[in-house]
Design a protein around this ligand. Sequence first.
Ligand SMILES: NC(=O)c1ccc[n+]([C@@H]2O[C@H](COP(=O)([O-])OP(=O)(O)OC[C@H]3O[C@@H](n4cnc5c(N)ncnc54)[C@H](OP(=O)(O)O)[C@@H]3O)[C@@H](O)[C@H]2O)c1
Length: 251
Amino acid sequence: MITGAGRGIGRAIALAFAAAGARVVVNARRASDIEAVASEIERETGGEAHPVPGDIASPDDVDRLYREATARLGGIETLVNNAGRFHWGPFLETSADDWHGVFAVNVHGTATVTHKFLPSMLHGQFGRIINVASTTVGRFGAPNFSVYAASEHAIIGLTKCLALETAKAGVTVNALCVGLVDTEQNEQARAKIADHQGTNPDAVKQAFLNSIPMGRLVTVDEVAAGAVFLASREAQAITGICLDVAAGRGV
Ligand SMILES: NC(=O)c1ccc[n+]([C@@H]2O[C@H](COP(=O)([O-])OP(=O)(O)OC[C@H]3O[C@@H](n4cnc5c(N)ncnc54)[C@H](OP(=O)(O)O)[C@@H]3O)[C@@H](O)[C@H]2O)c1
């Protein structure tokens, strides 16, 4: 079960799981995107993919997501909480609506989805929960990222506590922390920062590249490989960690 799988990192994770033989449910708000991803999975891998649209910030949508996912696939063994909302801006220009909106998706949404899917994992004594978070502002701080960084730190805090709660129940809970990944969200971030700084997105991209030890952005396929590893049987002793797929950032 992968949230936010209509494009970017979530789409790549869904394709990688299907290529590894998993039957997948793909979720995002825009139905046309996840229908296209499900068709792509069936075409490219011959696997089974079920699109279920819904907003993870809506408890009713999450309820329906859970019912439809389990009706189609039975018990869900692996949950990838990938859907996220980005925000960038100086703290004093960050409104109460910004705080509520970002936390509604990144924190409450992640917790609500996990709340739904965890009980059957505990019942089956097997489960993998993978929470996609940020290396740069999930483990560290950066100016103008207050609300987004607070939400990404919260995801990592949730990950660690839940890992300890489920440690004896065959369920692992890990954060997949990503650096700067070449996706639509990252492109929007570059445009917003450029606008604010009176520069252009290419200059912002160059500044990003200068801050990455490997001097390049991470690809969505590299992130997806990390997710498949965390879900594997070989990773059964790994819980409560942040696996950084970040081209050397955060070291
Ligand atoms: N790209 C980076 O450099 C970077 C860095 C650090 C962390 N991350 C994290 O990695 C994750 C994926 O990022 P990305 O770059 O792939 O983002 P993206 O390109 O913007 O894709 C986000 C996906 O999530 C879906 N989504 C957004 N809000 C949702 C909601 N409320 N309910 C359900 N689905 C929702 C979007 O589709 P709809 O709009 O149709 O719902 C889309 O399919 C996010 O959690 C992000 O914070 C990314």
